[in-house]
Design a protein around this ligand. Structure first.
Ligand SMILES: Nc1ncnc2c1ncn2[C@@H]1O[C@H](COP(=O)(O)OP(=O)(O)O)[C@@H](O)[C@H]1O
Ligand SMILES: [Mg+2]
Length: 394
């Protein structure tokens, strides 16, 4: 199975390109499924068809779904939500507000990704295409398994043991609600699901992320940040799709300036994302809606290429070396020394990039060594292990 995620800033054309790609895959004979993690479902508008909360056959080989996240949330989050609610009420929060607070932002997307896990277990599609929410949310969403993993391993395991021992006694002395086994079980289940998703999404043979952008300054900036972030978390970006490119045939003087601006920005896109392949998608003379136009769009983007190919295979992180001296290479384009903070604590390397923090569990061979030096070689952060001095370096 192949999983292809389309991400990018709001309005750049993710939904249209995801739909066009799905259509092309189906036409090539792959059993294809397309769905959106964006709460503002717009696939239905894009295909100009009604799409249900279960798999809806759109045309031969092509299924779409508007996921009912509430169902997933009830299943996975119910007991945890109940506990948080109880706890907040105990702290004097009004019932209604406590209910609101027990659902965190971005949760809908997390649970629509859980749906992907179910899909994957069933393995009944050749290709799954995911139209992701605007970049910020997607990034948080994709970091979620990592963050959950950290909490589970560092805090939760200890807490659970402590709670098991003290709960029967403690509950007699405090009236504060304490989490029951039910809550712990739900958290563990949710955690396992998230880790499962992360495994699938970081498997480069299976999953690829494609960044959709427009040749505009702000959009490019945001896409660059997204790319660094995705590399940092081990996700594989295999292409960039530049959408809304004014085509050659437009000669209207009104657009001459726009064409110059786009050409300038495209140079920047090429310089920034090379050697990632960059697909161009032209600005059509109307909205891209319905099968005919989506098919035209796919033809324009992919030509005779198969959209299910893995277009770029380089790994963002690699570890080389032997005998007490190792180097960890992490491709972090667009990051600068000032944006980064790096330290080792026990068996964990922490890399902080702007607001994002990645904890990399070091392989045993490295964790017994000391962090010696960290430097940028072009786009690549090189972290050297094996020296004597320990601690913060960059
Ligand atoms: N290349 C294009 N040419 C013309 N219209 C486009 C193009 N790409 C997207 N659109 C239109 O722009 C609007 C926003 O696109 P959409 O795919 O919904 O963006 P996103 O999912 O990134 O928010 C839609 O009305 C879509 O039909
Ligand atoms: Mg959309």
């Amino acid at each position: 199975m192949r999983i292809i995620l389309f991400t990018g800033k709001g309005g750049v054309g993710k939904t249209s390109i995801a739909a066009a790609t799905a259509l092309r895959c189906a036409d090539l004979g792959y059993k294809t499924k397309v769905y959106s993690t964006d709460a503002a479902h717009s696939l239905a508008d894009s295909f100009n068809k009604e799409i249900g909360s279960v798999d809806t056959l759109i045309k031969k080989n092509l299924f779409a779904q508007e996921i009912d996240v509430n169902e997933e949330i009830r299943k996975n989050w119910g007991p945890i939500q109940g506990f948080i609610q109880q706890f907040l009420k105990y702290r004097g929060m009004e019932n209604l507000i406590a209910e609101e607070m027990a659902v965190f932002p971005g949760m809908e997307e997390v649970f629509s990704l859980l749906e992907l896990k179910n899909r994957f277990a069933q393995e009944d599609f050749d290709v799954v295409i995911i139209d992701c929410a605007p970049t910020g949310d997607t990034l948080r969403l994709l970091a979620c398994p990592d963050i959950a993993k950290w909490y589970m391993e560092k805090i939760f395991n200890i807490e659970r043991k402590v709670f098991k021992a003290v709960r029967p006694v403690a509950q007699r002395f405090v009236d504060m609600p304490l989490p029951t086994d039910d809550v712990f079980d739900s958290m563990e289940g949710l955690y396992k699901n998230l880790i499962g998703i992360k495994e699938v999404l970081t498997d480069r043979e299976i999953s690829s992320i494609r960044i959709v952008l427009n040749p505009e300054k702000m959009v490019i900036k945001e896409s660059q940040r997204a790319y660094t972030f995705l590399n940092l978390f081990g996700y594989s970006v295999d292409a960039v799709i530049a959408n809304r490119i004014l085509p050659e045939e437009i000669k209207d003087p009104y657009y001459r300036k726009w064409k110059e601006i786009q050409a300038k920005h495209m140079k920047e896109v090429e310089a920034s994302f090379s050697p990632l392949p960059i697909f161009l998608s032209k600005f059509w003379d109307q909205e891209v809606i319905g099968m005919k136009q989506l098919s035209r769009m796919a033809e324009d983007i992919y030509g005779d290429k198969d959209p299910t190919s893995v277009f770029f295979k380089e790994k963002p992180m690699e570890i080389t070396g032997s005998d007490g001296c190792y180097d960890l290479y992490l491709k972090l384009p667009f990051a600068t020394k000032e944006d980064l903070d790096i330290w080792v604590n026990g068996d964990e390397l922490t890399i902080k990039f702007l607001n994002f923090k990645r904890n990399i569990l070091l392989p045993r061979a490295l964790s017994s060594l000391k962090l010696k030096k960290a430097e940028f070689l072009g786009n690549v952060l090189k972290v050297n292990f094996g020296g004597d001095d320990h601690g913060r370096k960059v």
